[in-house]
Write a protein that binds this ligand. Structure first.
Ligand code: NAP
Ligand code: GDD
Length: 374
């Protein structure tokens, strides 16, 4: 679907008599933005999303909202915008007059940030400043609440295990460093101007909507394709990396809870369990009836199917990062005590959810290909 935004972009005008709560989401086409939009609509919000112009379709995660005539241009509005464009941000805030802003837009891939460091800094770091300054410029500073998508990548080379809101930061990538700027500019605008601006320091969260180049989704897609004979082998980078993986919709609910807190404070959202990439691979394949045994080490390590001896997983150094974050595990005690937030889905259940979803997708892809052939 090509989102035709002309109506959404020009007709909508902020009206002071409108009392329905309004949220503006940057990054609404991403994994988190799509879940958050659904949840806010279900809570009765009017939801505005910033969307980038793209030469190909980039709205697949929100098409079901866009195509719903009950929602589109009634309670759900899309606007072209970009975090690199200050005048656009000013205009959007003036027109919409949001009560809550969720800044989820980002160049969010850590490895890619080594290739496009300057752009990553522009969007993930300075983009946050542009938003905050726009809030000041248009006179929303005493009204709006602002959520910043901060990240466990701030901890990088971890200084403490597990990581809490008080653990010192040591980012290990241009992405992490850009987000560090975002983190501190939030704190500074909160302290300088009294803006209700908060950091959600979120540990990795995944779902069937996760981008295909992040490791969990790469694994579940490949495992399902291999199980159906559509792919021979899965190539991965560092199998020893450990992450604290949770389920994305639970984390977007946490974002909303963070903004409902009257005091603007920063919160860690995590599961407090850490797992290797290798174990995520094993559980994903196992759910498809394929038992793997890992043999060898370093770049020669392979994952072999026990029943057939076939090598299904290999290491390819091209997926290594110049500097790696070896281990993340978060302590979410503060979020539990203050927001009543708790993760529900454990990482192995998450892997199974994602595998099942990719299997279903594969089924529909095969069916639609057959339909096209017939
Ligand atoms: P994602 O799926 O990669 O989505 C990123 C979103 O940002 C997309 O909608 C993308 O638009 C948009 N975007 C990219 N560049 C932009 C720009 N210049 N201006 C405006 N929008 C732009 O990311 P996610 O997993 O949903 O994560 C959401 C946010 O949380 C990100 O800020 C990420 O860094 C942060 N975070 C994520 C995790 C996690 O584990 N998922 C953990 C901690 C923090 P297109 O669709 O057009 O590309
Ligand atoms: N992407 C990817 N691809 N990662 C791999 C691969 C591979 O083939 N093989 C091993 N890995 C390892 C990475 O080196 C990393 O240690 C780990 O798997 C997770 O990588 P990603 O899934 O790309 O996520 P990330 O942890 O780097 O970043 C994600 O989580 C952050 C929160 O901690 C992103 O969503 C960031 O935006 C987010 O801030």
């Amino acid at each position: 679907m090509a989102a035709n935004l002309s109506a959404a972009g020009s007709i909508y005008l902020y009206h002071p008599m409108n009392t329905q709560r309004k949220a503006l989401i940057s990054g609404i086409t991403g994994q988190d933005g799509s879940y958050l939009a659904e949840q806010l609509l279900a809570r009765g919000y009017e939801v505005h999303g910033m969307i980038r112009r793209s030469s190909s379709f980039n709205t697949s995660r929100i098409d079901h909202l866009y195509n719903n005539p009950e929602l589109l241009d009634r309670r759900f509005f899309l606007h072209y915008g970009d975090l690199t464009d200050s005048s656009n941000l000013n205009r959007l805030l003036e027109r919409i007059g949001p009560d809550e802003i969720y800044n989820l837009g980002a160049q969010s891939h850590v490895k890619v940030s080594f290739d496009v460091p300057e752009y990553t800094a522009e969007v993930d770091g300075i983009g946050t400043l542009r938003f905050l300054d726009a809030i000041k410029e248009v006179g929303l500073k005493d009204h709006v609440r602002f959520y910043q998508a901060s990240t466990s990548e701030l901890y990088g080379k971890v200084q403490e295990i597990p990581q809490t809101e008080k653990t010192p930061f040591y980012p290990r990538s241009p992405y992490g460093v850009a987000k560090l700027y975002g983190y501190w500019i939030i704190v500074n605008y909160r302290e300088s101007y009294g803006i209700h601006a908060t950091n959600g320091i979120l540990f990795n969260h995944e779902s069937p909507r996760r981008g295909e180049t992040f490791v969990t989704r790469k694994i579940t897609r490949a495992a399902t394709r291999i199980s159906r004979g559509l792919q021979d082998c899965l190539l991965l980078g560092n199998l020893d990396a450990k992450r604290d993986w949770g389920y994305a919709p639970e984390y977007t609910d946490g974002m909303w809870r963070i903004l409902q807190n009257d005091e603007p404070e920063d919160f860690v959202l995590a599961t407090n369990i850490t797992t290797t990439v290798r174990d995520f691979v094993s559980v994903s394949f196992s759910h498809l009836g394929i038992q793997l045994e890992f043999r060898g080490g370093g770049v020669d390590e392979v994952g072999v199917e026990v029943s057939t001896g076939r090598t299904l997983v290999r290491v390819d150094p091209k997926y290594f990062r110049p500097t790696e974050v070896d281990l993340l595990v978060g302590d979410y005690t503060k979020a539990r005590e203050r927001l009543g937030w708790e993760p529900k889905t454990k990482w192995d259940e998450l892997a199974r959810i994602m595998v099942d979803a990719d299997l279903a997708l594969l089924g529909s892809e095969v069916k639609s290909t057959n339909a096209a052939v017939m």
